[in-house]
Design a binder for this molecule. Structure first.
Ligand SMILES: NC(=O)c1ccc[n+]([C@@H]2O[C@H](COP(=O)([O-])OP(=O)(O)OC[C@H]3O[C@@H](n4cnc5c(N)ncnc54)[C@H](O)[C@@H]3O)[C@@H](O)[C@H]2O)c1
Length: 608
């Protein structure tokens, strides 16, 4: 099976050439928010490698690096189970598979290497693509899924418990298509693959101009040091490596809020190197609130500008007024025009990159499922009767609070936003600052996408064995640095991703899950197949769209969302599986509510 191993120039050396269980984990000692501007980054140091960084090959000649290829049969069985739960992806296979629309396309993915992702990968290959893959999180790989894909379908570089150095080595491998540049398309989750290419191109331009190589010592950011090291080593071998990748790339489809934020920032600064489709804000992945604060006022203003304009040009307002004899009719007309103007303003604002108001569909239902799953697998603690604090009541927070409530916990929410706070109250959930409840609660979950939410000062006031975990994308919501450097603190690893941290003197401890990273992927298996089928069907459609339009110039170096009728299609593909049957609109009804019989059924501004 493993023939002609290939080593790569790299700034890390394997500690040992055979696979072995992960070493006890180590931490970075800083909050790392430096060279990447506003982007949150991971804070975990690497001190030792868990795997020899050697690319292996299957008998078919496909490259891979996974923990244990012998788990492939187990992975295959679970992939087959997941296929039944992922009707959207399977429908893509039947609809597009025969024509092989991806023939000749190279797709690189950086997205949690789970069973559900395996079904996505095999959908892409069924449509004709060649695929290389890595995970977008050091803890999220399911090793049996990686093994099955490596053996059967695509080049995979991923294992559970990667160090940061290993993580970036895997990312680099997923983008490495040998001679002839890199991938044609990227499926990204969080934006790390996109980031590596952008940083690579920047460094190559600097090298060409001044002969200067990137210097890892120029930053305190441990993770960024690794990125710079990789780029520096690559430059020595091929000073145009990332330029060639950029030239070849047709575009990226991005899975999550954090990655989308990065893309919009790049679009705003003019530094985005290729087109991007924001899959995150598809309705079947998320719920975009198109009505943006202030847009009604803008709509009003726009209405009056148009009124004055039409008056000064052609329309006789006196005559118009005479025709509007019915006051109610006038008010309806006025209201409708302002609404349309405000929609227009909202769209204009959104098009300018204001992507701050999305409610995620899979976040709500996915986290409602996977939070308790992670809690139970990690601790097996009884949730009923406990007090659970959910920090942040956005969509992830709503899913988490609902799950804890349904399991019998008493839930308290912390919020900064009065609207979300009011929503919590309307669900019967008290809203209080963390400081007020820190000593009473048993389970703490951060879901804010913000930083510095639970600090060490909070943790030391908690009850003995209070559970502290994060389900937000990055690792900076919980103050792990403060915890690990607390004088006299003792860490007891109960099992991987479940640690008890014992404070000195009191001997009171807290249980931290997944080292402060997203616990539903670290301690459980992430979102279930059905909800991921919705998100991943959007991914396939986005990739197809980018590939189909690769020569037409339809997509510029900007960020796009998929049209609404495709969202409805994705939802429709999932109804049958749940035994639902839609009511058919009559033409009269359709006309009455002003939609087409075949949809879309809601205006763009509709909030689901
Ligand atoms: N683990 C997963 O499977 C998973 C899935 C999807 C999204 N995510 C991540 O979860 C995070 C949240 O996503 P979301 O869609 O719910 O975002 P959101 O913006 O809808 O919700 C976050 C909420 O936190 C609140 N908040 C911000 N700072 C706060 C503070 N200091 N204290 C209390 N509340 C605060 C905000 O007001 C907001 O209501 C993001 O990082 C996202 O990428 C994780």
């Amino acid at each position: 099976m493993a023939v002609s191993p290939k080593t790569y120039p790299h700034n890390v050396t394997p500690s040992n050439r055979t696979a072995r269980p992960p070493l006890p984990l180590s931490y970075s000692n800083r909050r790392l928010l430096l060279s990447l501007g506003p982007f949150p980054v991971r804070s975990r140091f690497f001190e030792a490698l868990t795997m020899a960084l050697i690319v292996e090959k299957t008998s078919a000649g496909r490259e891979y690096k996974v923990k244990d290829l012998s788990q492939a049969d187990f992975g295959r069985l679970e992939i087959e189970l997941a296929e039944v739960e992922m009707p959207g992806l399977m429908a893509c296979r039947s609809e597009y598979g025969p024509s092989k629309p991806f023939a000749g396309a190279r797709i690189s993915g950086s997205l949690h290497m789970t069973i559900q992702t395996a079904v996505l990968i095999e959908t892409l290959t069924a449509l004709g693509a060649e695929v290389r893959w890595c995970s977008c999180n050091i803890f999220s790989t399911q090793d049996h899924a990686a093994a099955a894909i490596a053996r059967d379908s695509a080049a995979v570089f991923a294992w559970k418990g990667e160090t940061l150095a290993e993580y970036w080595w895997c990312t680099e491998r997923a983008l490495d298509w040998g001679t002839g540049g890199g991938p044609d398309l990227i499926v990204d989750d969080g934006g790390d693959a996109t980031l590596l290419i952008h940083e690579g191109v920047k460094a190559e331009e600097e090298y060409e101009k001044s002969g200067k190589l990137p210097d890892p010592a120029s930053t305190d950011n441990v993770e960024f040091q690794l990125v710079l090291g990789i780029i520096r080593d690559g430059l020595k071998v091929d000073p145009k490596k990332y330029h060639k990748m950029k030239e070849r790339l047709v575009g990226v489809s991005e899975e999550t809020t954090t990655g989308v934020k990065r893309l919009y920032q790049m679009q705003a600064s003019g530094s985005l190197l290729f087109p991007a489709i924001n899959v995150n804000d598809s309705v079947t992945k998320s719920k975009v609130r198109y009505v943006i604060p202030g847009s009604r006022i803008l709509g009003f203003l726009l209405f009056f500008v148009l009124l004055v304009f039409s008056h000064s040009h052609a329309l006789d307002l006196q005559m118009l007024w005479e025709h509007i004899t019915d006051m109610q009719l006038f008010l309806d007309l006025f209201h409708s025009i302002v609404e349309h103007m405000s929609d227009l303003c909202s769209h204009l604002i959104l098009c300018c990159g204001s992507n701050n108001t999305c409610f995620l569909f899979d976040n709500l239902y996915g986290c409602r499922h996977s939070l308790p799953d992670g809690l139970m697998r990690a601790t097996d603690v009884m949730i009923a009767g406990k007090v659970g604090v959910v920090c942040g009541y956005g969509d992830v927070g709503k899913g988490c609070a609902a799950a804890l409530k349904q399991a019998g916990a008493r839930v308290i929410v912390t919020e900064i936003d009065p609207i979300c706070a009011l929503q919590a109250l309307m669900e019967g959930i008290p809203v209080l600052p963390l400081e007020d409840v820190v000593a009473e609660a048993d389970i703490f979950v951060t879901t804010t996408g913000n930083k510095d939410i639970i600090m060490v000062d909070h943790m030391k006031k908690m009850k003995n064995n209070a559970i502290v975990c994060n389900i937000g994308h990055f690792d900076n919501e919980i103050d792990m640095h403060g915890l690990e450097t607390y004088p006299g603190i003792k860490r007891i690893t109960i099992k991987p991703q479940t640690d008890r941290w014992v404070f000195p003197k009191t001997n009171s401890g807290i249980i931290v899950l997944a080292e402060g990273r997203l616990m539903n992927l670290g301690c459980a298996t992430g979102h279930p197949s059905f909800v991921m089928s919705c998100s991943f069907t959007n991914q396939v459609i986005a990739q197809l769209e980018l590939w189909k339009e690769r020569k037409s110039g339809k997509y510029e170096k900007k960020v796009y969302v998929l049209p609404k009728h495709l969202d409805e299609k994705v939802a429709a593909l999932h109804l049958g599986k749940l035994g639902a049957k839609l009511t058919k609109l009559t033409p009269e009804q359709a006309e009455y509510i002003n939609v087409a019989v075949e949809g879309p059924y809601k205006p763009a501004h509709y909030r689901y």
